[in-house]
Design a protein around this ligand. Structure first.
Ligand code: 9WN
Length: 444
């Protein structure tokens, strides 16, 4: 590293820490100061990865505080509400999670989940803690391991009642990629007659540019699906019986598979049996290769359980992410990489890799949320995936893009893949934390 790049990295590290300090409440880190004031599930895991590079105390608190919202059946909600704030829609009154006997009594949460990246983060936090203080590391492990095991247990049972190896999601918010064109076909099937259009007021469009956010027709369906689960008092068997949205998602199951392996490692460190977690990871990887691999396109595609068939959308970034969990064999990995490089993901030529959706894909937008902008967590996951298979040059491109985008435009939620301009919220926590992680890996 040259002197100049060392001092550039030093400056970015300082700025990233300022963002996290700004969003830190003392208990958890807001994903962003105004748009997302509560605690979000996968955000917290990404944030813990960043804290693990310099403040293991906070990394640990972040995860412990998230798991305080866990339900008695293991469900880890996507939002744990801060009771002092009511500036987010949909708030806890919309979720009505008190209808479920499993929801916590002492605090309010949402009733959907997000991709299970938590064991991945917990493993990293544990390893950093162990370097500092073996006893504290052990204490952390003793408290977090059972919670993680219950979370994974819930996903492998309630969300996979037929033991296919793949967990289902039942709301686009559970994918983390809320309005990806992946879900358009399913959302189009939900016919909302005037009397069924929920009435509500969005708050998000008061905080950031409306053009960067999902459209009202998407929100109507997001809220309708919240109502579908609440009306069934969050009874999973009842929900899945007629859920309009029921998907075995590529990204969600990739992360579950990777997290199962990390959970096995944590089990080993604690003297527990890792075998069940390893078996689940193997089962998931096998199922992804059987059910979700599409040989014709050379991509992984999600599976629509409500209609019974693959989701034939060939342009989403998630199709490549099984690389992260070492799911494809070398031949499939090569196909994926050649697809990635020959499609509109800016791996070659101008632009910033990788947009969340192919720029030539139907439904692409360079500014609209998950319909095209570059998200730092996607780059981070794909970068690790490419590295696992030895695609160093491609991985390096993604690493450099993370740094270049933040340098040029700040800590935005997402970025225009052509201009690099920041969109959505500013001061976004996982942009800061994953940048910290990348620079830490560089030795910066
Ligand atoms: C709904 C917090 C979350 C992220 C999601 C992202 C966005 C929420 C919203 O913000 O979703 O959960 O209100 O739009 O899509 O991935 O976890 O940062």
């Amino acid at each position: 590293m040259t002197e100049a790049s060392r001092s550039q990295a030093g400056r970015l590290i300082q700025q990233a820490k300022i963002v996290l300090d700004f969003n830190w409440t003392g208990e958890y880190t807001k994903p962003s100061p105004r748009l997302y004031p509560h605690q979000w599930s996968w955000d917290s895991a990404f944030v813990a990865l960043g804290y693990a590079t310099y403040d293991t105390g906070r990394a640990r608190r972040e995860l412990v505080s998230l798991f305080a919202g866990q339900w008695s059946d293991g469900l880890l909600p996507h939002i744990v509400f801060n009771p002092e704030l009511n500036n987010y829609f949909p708030g806890s009154h919309v979720w009505r999670t008190d209808l479920s006997p499993n929801s916590p009594r002492d605090l309010r949460t949402s009733g959907v989940v997000q991709p299970p990246v938590h064991a991945i983060a917990a493993r990293r936090v544990y390893e950093r803690l162990a370097e500092e203080d073996a006893q504290e590391a052990r204490k952390f492990l003793e408290s977090i391991y059972p919670a993680l095991a219950a979370w994974h247990g819930y996903l492998h049972s309630d969300r996979d009642p037929d033991h296919t190896g793949l967990a289902y999601i039942r709301h686009p918010w559970e994918s983390g990629m809320d309005n990806s064109p992946l879900w358009d076909g399913i959302l189009q099937r939900i016919k909302l007659r005037p009397e069924r259009v929920p009435s509500y007021q969005r708050l998000d469009v008061g905080f950031v540019d409306e053009g960067d956010r999902p459209v009202d027709a998407e929100y109507d369906r997001f809220i309708h699906l919240v109502g579908h689960a609440a009306d069934r008092e969050y009874d999973e068997a009842e929900i899945r019986r007629d859920a309009p949205f029921l998907v075995q998602d590529v990204l969600f199951n990739t992360l579950l598979c990777a997290a199962d392996r990390d959970l096995a490692t944590l089990a080993r460190s604690l003297g527990e049996d890792p075998a069940p977690h390893e078996a689940r990871a193997d089962h998931a990887a096998g199922a992804m290769n059987e059910r979700l691999w599409d040989e014709g396109s050379g991509l992984y595609l999600g599976y629509d359980l409500a209609e019974g068939g693959p989701i034939k959308v060939y342009d989403a970034i998630s199709s490549f992410l099984p690389l992260y969990a070492s799911i494809p064999d070398a031949r499939r990995a090569e196909k994926l990489v050649s697809n990635l490089e020959s499609s509109g993901f800016f791996m070659r030529g101008g632009g910033y890799p990788v947009p969340s959706y192919d720029r030539h894909g139907f439904g692409y937008s360079p500014v609209k949320y998950w319909r095209g902008p570059v998200w730092i967590n996607m780059n981070w996951l794909l970068m690790h995936g490419l590295r696992r298979y030895g695609y160093e040059e491609q991985a390096r491109k993604l690493r450099d893009t993370i740094v270049r985008l933040v340098e040029a435009s700040g800590f935005h939620e997402y970025f225009h893949p052509v201009t690099g301009r920041g969109h959505g919220s500013d001061f976004f926590s996982w942009t800061a934390s994953l940048l910290l992680d990348v620079l830490h890996d560089d030795g910066g």
